[in-house]
Write a protein that binds this ligand. Structure first.
Ligand code: 13P
Ligand code: SF4
Length: 304
């Protein structure tokens, strides 16, 4: 079967079985083409809330599939590539966070959505990269314990000097690979280009950017800008998606190393086989964990 034939079959089966396919923007082109919705973590969460199909296939990483299950327990949620996890979501465990909460009892615990459902049960509010600034601004407390990404946290903190932040060590291994030197070099090589980065990048990289935002934010910014050249500081699939969408503009990857292997684990064949019920994992969750984790996602939706 060719890629095009497989895509045709996927579209036919998903229509016949009334299945919703969600895809994070870091997925491969051939997956984006058969998805019902493509977006950033925030957009995926909203779609999970609003779509009424009973089965959802989440092409992304585990915490994204868990988020769908937390919001919509009545849905059957399938992760087509069960090994696709976000390493950052595993960086903090319950014991460590409990110890931090005991150390900073007056702080509101803000969890990046890239966390496990279990960890969310002891956090106060979730954020995504696109809504983090808005949400933290709206929190009725000026003491914030931001976990697990210190880079996103510092980007938010810089814009909210009235609040006091505590961070933990960690971050996204993919975005942390981008070095300040690469940003300086890329800007010199492409003096007319704007540098657009994801706030998961290290602060010294983000500081050099013309715009920092979520994956959807970066794509919208580039699409709507009058400028013709852009250096993209996020997962490199965004470079090719943008080049495909805006053929009259030029896009350069800030670093060839910015590839998230976990996001690349889902193949079109995985999607096809998962639709047929042959492979993939159905997400299950302890109801107590789900209810507690949901509080923190509900708070995110309320404050954003
Ligand atoms: P957003 O798509 O929300 O910007 O997040 C990026 C990311 O790394 C997802 O894991
Ligand atoms: Fe996790 Fe980073 Fe990959 Fe996103 S890009 S899934 S934060 S490792």
């Amino acid at each position: 079967m060719t890629i095009a034939e497989m895509q045709e079959e996927i579209l036919r089966i998903k229509k016949e079985k009334n299945i919703c396919i969600l895809a994070h923007a870091y997925q491969a082109d051939e997956i984006l083409e058969i998805a019902d919705y493509v977006g950033d973590s925030y957009g995926l969460a909203l779609n999970a809330r609003d779509d009424d199909k009973k089965t959802v296939l989440m092409c992304g990483v585990r915490f994204m599939a868990e988020t769908v299950k937390i919001i919509s327990p009545e849905k059957k949620v399938i992760l087509p590539a069960p090994d696709a996890g976000c390493p950052m979501a595993e960086q903090l465990d319950i014991e460590l966070l409990e110890a931090l909460k005991a150390k900073y009892p007056d702080h509101t615990v803000v969890a990046y959505i890239n966390t496990t459902a279990e960890l969310k049960t002891i956090c106060d509010v979730c954020v995504t990269s696109s809504a983090a600034l808005r949400i933290v601004k709206n929190i009725d407390n000026d003491k914030i314990l931001f976990i697990p990404d210190p880079n996103l946290g510092k980007w938010v903190a810089k814009q909210l000097p009235e609040k006091e932040f505590k961070f933990v060590n960690g971050g996204c291994p993919t975005h942390c690979r981008i070095m300040k030197d690469e940003a300086i070099k890329a800007k010199k090589a492409h003096p007319d280009a704007l540098l657009l980065v994801h706030p998961e990048c290290q602060p010294e990289v983000t500081e050099l950017s013309d715009y920092a935002g979520s994956t959807t934010g970066i794509m919208d910014y580039a699409k709507n800008s009058d400028k013709k050249e852009f250096i993209i500081g996020t997962e490199n699939s965004i470079v090719s998606h943008l080049q495909h969408m805006c053929p009259d503009k030029l896009f350069y990857p800030l670093s060839k190393d910015c590839v998230c292997h976990n996001m690349k684990l889902t193949t079109l064949a995985d999607v096809y086989n998962a639709l047929l019920g042959k492979t993939g994992e159905e997400i299950t969750m302890d109801e107590d964990v789900r209810i507690k984790a949901k509080k923190c996602i509900d708070k995110m939706l309320e404050l954003s």
